[in-house]
Write a protein that binds this ligand. Structure first.
Ligand SMILES: NC(=O)c1ccc[n+]([C@@H]2O[C@H](COP(=O)([O-])OP(=O)(O)OC[C@H]3O[C@@H](n4cnc5c(N)ncnc54)[C@H](OP(=O)(O)O)[C@@H]3O)[C@@H](O)[C@H]2O)c1
Length: 258
């Protein structure tokens, strides 16, 4: 693996929640971090500020997954951002790609609309697939890809069936990519969070619901974005060099028993 301070990381959905914690953590370890986001400029700028205030390097990259031409825009802004910090021109390299951006639609098979299905798959499965495709010629040997999925792919949760199907697709892609990119020393893994305290879970703000979620875990609490980021950073760092094609839950042991 390259020198940690030479590395360039692209973290999708890094304005808020888990992606933000991952971006901050990778920057603290020396990487230049591209803070990707969809719509919330202020949140992304605040991630960049937090990283810079701590002495790290970062820039924001806006691209709304699901919109036409989003990935072309992402790479254009990525190249501009890297050039502004490191100089150079043309396609910039990538050392660490974290496919984290995601959405949920809490509707089961009876009432999920076709448009919801299309949006879920566009953001959670199609965007990571084509983002990796665009990253392939840029990924340096010894690089890392981490896909953020969900603990729900291991259990039944009918209310988020379509969401979980998108993450199951991403887990399958993880294994395929690991085999394809292994000869270049690139590892590919999935990190599957459980109940994590972010905006994606408004129910968690309701104390009774939070307690009910906590009660389903072995550790009897919900997780923080930083606890998921620690696992992503491990896989992205030198300690993770012999781990590839794996799905690792960062979920406090959610639903371990019957
Ligand atoms: N939190 C949990 O309990 C939990 C559990 C299991 C799995 N996960 C997974 O963990 C990942 C991160 O979730 P989170 O809880 O941190 O979510 P979050 O707080 O809602 O943050 C989502 C991030 O994704 C970005 N995003 C959403 N839609 C996008 C789009 N169409 N195009 C580009 N960016 C988009 C958002 O950008 P903007 O801010 O610009 O909208 C934001 O930065 C997701 O893949 C989620 O499925 C979370």
């Amino acid at each position: 693996m390259s020198d940690p301070t030479d590395r360039i990381a692209l973290v999708t959905g890094a304005g808020r929640g888990i992606g933000r914690a991952v971006a901050v953590r990778l920057a603290a370890e020396g990487a230049l971090v591209a803070v990707h986001y969809g719509r919330d400029d202020e949140a992304a700028q605040s991630t960049v500020r937090e990283i810079r205030d701590a002495g790290g390097s970062a820039f924001a990259v806006r691209a709304e997954f699901g919109a036409l031409g989003a990935l072309d825009e992402l790479w254009r802004r990525y190249d501009e951002g890297v050039a502004a910090v490191r100089g150079g021109s043309g396609p910039a390299p990538v050392d660490i790609l974290v496919n984290n951006a995601g959405i949920t639609v809490p509707r089961g098979v009876r009432d999920l609309e076709e448009a919801d299905w299309d949006r879920l798959f566009a953001v959670n499965a199609k965007a990571p697939f084509f983002l990796v495709q665009g990253a392939l010629p840029r990924l340096r040997d010894g690089g890392r890809i981490v896909n953020v999925t969900t603990a729900a792919t291991r259990v039944a949760m009918p209310v988020i069936a379509a969401y979980t199907m998108t993450k199951a697709a991403l887990e399958t892609f993880t294994v395929d990519l690991a085999l394809e990119l292994g000869p270049r020393g690139i590892t590919v893994n999935a990190v599957a969070p459980g109940y994590t305290d972010t905006d994606i879970n408004p129910d968690m703000k309701v104390p009774a619901q939070r307690e009910a979620m906590a009660a389903t875990t072995a550790l009897r609490r919900v997780g923080t974005p930083g606890e998921v980021a620690d696992v992503v950073a491990y896989l992205a760092g030198p300690g993770g060099r012999w781990v590839t094609g794996q799905r690792i839950e960062a979920a406090g042991g959610v639903r371990l028993g019957l």
